[in-house]
Design a protein around this ligand. Structure first.
Ligand code: IGP
Length: 261
């Protein structure tokens, strides 16, 4: 069974709240990636989302864009990221999810990318610029190798579309909590809680909230309405500032829910 499926089953059975940190592969060089992954696993991450640096990252805010530029300057390539993940996989148990735009994987060769990812122990893919209508390009191949495509829904997705996406979905639903690009926010739209509950009501998969979440309070607040959170920009920033204990605190904010529930 795919590692994501196993973990989803576990969190459901135990009423756990998930915490998925995002990191940009190659920020601080690819040598740093295995250390970052093992640190995050030890700190209690449910799964880890690994970004592939790309020159035109349309959904990325300034923090992740800058991390991507640094990673590209370090010479990070998709191939090298997959090789690095293969190297760390034997000592890491949590699911590893690659987040990339379509362009790098088309350049790599879609089937080759999925095949190599599968052999490297990659469990899932987040492909923000792949619309459901175009999934045929990737989904059958992903299915063939047992790599799960994680679908995104947004604040503006109509209920019908959310239903369609969650019925096709695997693993969990990524519910985007802001209108716009990634990056820490001070405030969220008033309707976020309601929106998450709406997504949850039509989804048979766990629903995780992501975009803008940057404090332990945000983590707890979002977790009132869904099954877990995804945090990117803040994690990237804290790694850069070497504030490792602040990363542990953020992850613990999801753990606290686990013990209360
Ligand atoms: O950075 P934030 O606001 O915490 O959002 C998570 C996010 O970084 C990560 O999941 C991500 C990075 N780039 C993306 C592009 C699209 C969807 C999601 C992502």
């Amino acid at each position: 069974m795919n590692r994501i499926e196993k973990v989803m089953r576990r969190i459901k059975e135990n009423n756990e709240k998930a915490f998925i940190p995002y990191i940009m592969a190659g920020d601080e060089g690819l040598d740093a990636l295995p250390k970052q992954i093992t640190f995050l696993e030890k700190a209690g991450a449910t799964a880890i989302e690994i970004g592939i640096p790309f020159s035109d990252p349309v959904a990325d805010g300034p923090v992740i864009q800058a991390a991507g530029i640094r990673a590209l300057q370090e010479g990070t390539t998709l191939k090298a990221v997959i090789q690095t993940m293969a190297g760390v996989r034997p000592i890491v148990h949590v699911p590893l999810i690659i987040m990339t735009y379509m362009n790098p994987i088309i350049a790599y060769g879609i089937e080759k990318f999925i095949e190599d990812s599968y052999h490297a122990g990659v469990d899932g893919l987040i492909l923000p610029d792949l619309p459901v209508e175009e999934e045929g390009l990737v989904a059958p191949l992903a299915e063939k190798y047992g790599v799960e495509i994680i679908r995104l829904v947004t604040l503006t997705s109509p209920l019908e579309r959310i239903k369609e996406i969650s019925s096709k979905g695997k693993g969990f639903i990524y519910a985007v909590t802001v209108k716009g690009i990634t990056g820490a926010r001070n405030r969220f739209d008033k309707q976020v809680g309601e929106h998450l509950q709406r997504v949850k009501s039509v989804s048979s998969l766990p629903v995780f909230a992501g975009f803008g979440i940057s404090t332990p309070l945000h983590v707890k607040e979002m977790n009132r309405y869904c099954d877990g959170v995804i945090v990117g920009s803040k994690i990237v920033e804290l790694f850069r500032e070497k504030e490792l204990s602040a990363i542990e605190e953020l992850i613990k904010a999801a753990n606290i829910m686990r013990t209360i529930k």
